[in-house]
Write a new protein. Sequence first.
Length: 114
Amino acid sequence: MLNKTELQIQLFHKPLQVVVLNTAEGVQLLISGGDRPHIGAVCVMDSRGNAVSHCFPGHRDDIIANTWAAEIHKKTRTAVVVSAGIHYDQISREQIQTILDTTDALLHTVLERI
């Protein structure tokens, strides 16, 4: 059985999207948005909570990918794969904090739904 959930909001006048695929043996997520949605980091966590993370050069999306994988695993106790890539051109430190706060709020919404 495959259950798909999509969330999309506007942040700084650009879409920020979360796609959740809840499978029979795990949860897979894509978190992307901004001016150039991409895959900047991937975190893979097995059902025991062992994680492997990779952040592509020049990206810092591992902060989001690792947090989401850990929190979703904590709730589901199953394998989790999170790909994250959010990029806004000419962003300030305050806007980066807003992105982190917004993705935390989205994470709580996802946790309520799975």
